[in-house]
Ligand binder design. Structure first.
Ligand code: ZN
Length: 310
């Protein structure tokens, strides 16, 4: 069951940039890379600036970073201002600085509202610490909504899976999709329950394949060209993981802890908890498809034993 030629999409870790510098990367699109590198954030969060004059800032980045000051200094020099603050989702590395940016600019915030009684908020995430920092959006967005100003128009595309509130944004006239954490060129997205849902994620990827976006600008890493081809490879990669989980079950590995070293051999220890959650997400999806069952009734958990149904 190992066919290395088909296991991994063609990830790229090439990304020329300079921390804290507002750089033009496409017509009407500039970017600052926040200085929060890590195993889940790659070089850091990309803060995108869309339009000219009265601009939109997509994903202000983590709390306490220098990017808010650097962004406002750069815009002051060109006589521009942040008029809209847009969030792809409320994970801390994207939304942490939203409150500070709003305070400094008075700009309204836009994004998909999370449920008031969200069970995930406050729980510890795979990367440690509280990973959801909710924003009480001034303008709650839904799939298909538009954010516009004189120099740009952005359309919200709901892509749950990595996070339930995840939105991508299509720049009208630019063929550009800001893909957030749903599709990134440097690595697969973390899909970790309860925040992530593999069934939702695969449905979001299927939906993206049917669109005609020419390039993706993700929240971490460089642009993704030929994105539909890349998304197909991501789907293939997830299906391959499903087969590996089924194979592990067939071989007698019935718990997540036994499956992870079989499936991901030689994994960096820091990434093992995230891999375990990813296997859990795959199992949850296999349960949804009625190919696998948990041996103990009730809601699924990490310590459970699983069995093949088919
Ligand atoms: Zn995220």
């Amino acid at each position: 069951m190992t066919n290395p030629n088909h296991k991994t999409p063609s990830f790229s870790r090439e990304m020329p940039f300079e921390y804290g510098k507002l750089e033009q990367i496409a017509p009407g699109v500039r970017r600052i890379v926040c200085e929060n590198p890590g195993p889940f954030t790659f070089k850091g969060t990309n803060l995108y600036v869309v339009g000219e004059g009265d601009v939109a800032a997509i994903d202000p980045g983590p709390a306490g970073g220098a990017q808010v000051d650097l962004l406002l200094d750069a815009l002051r020099q060109t006589g521009e201002r942040v008029a809209h603050i847009i969030l792809t989702h409320c994970h801390a590395d994207h939304s942490g600085a939203a409150a500070a940016l709003k305070k400094r600019t008075g700009a309204p915030t836009y994004g998909m509202a999370r449920k008031i009684d969200d069970p995930v908020i406050g729980k510890r995430g795979p990367s440690g610490g509280d990973f959801v920092i909710p924003v009480a959006f001034d303008v709650p967005l839904h799939h298909g909504d538009t954010v516009r100003d004189a120099s740009f128009e952005l359309h919200a595309v709901h892509t749950p899976g990595h996070a339930p509130d995840h939105l991508c944004f299509r720049l009208a006239d630019g063929d550009i999709l800001f893909s957030g954490d749903t599709v990134m060129g440097w690595n697969t997205s973390v899909v970790a329950p309860p925040e992530g849902n593999m069934g939702d994620y695969l449905r979001s990827l299927d939906m993206l394949i049917g669109r005609n976006d020419a390039v993706y600008f993700p929240a971490h890493g460089g642009p993704v060209h030929e994105p539909q081809r890349f998304v197909k490879a991501l789907i293939f990669h997830r299906r391959w993981r499903e087969l590996e989980v089924l194979e592990a079950l067939r071989a007698g590995a019935t718990r997540i802890g036994d499956m992870v070293p079989r499936i991901y051999n030689g994994l960096e220890p820091a990434l093992v908890p995230a891999a375990a959650l990813s296997v859990f997400a795959t199992l949850e999806h296999l349960v949804e498809k009625q190919l696998v069952a948990a041996t103990r009734p009730g809601s699924l958990d990490m310590a459970q034993e699983f069995a093949l149904l088919a």
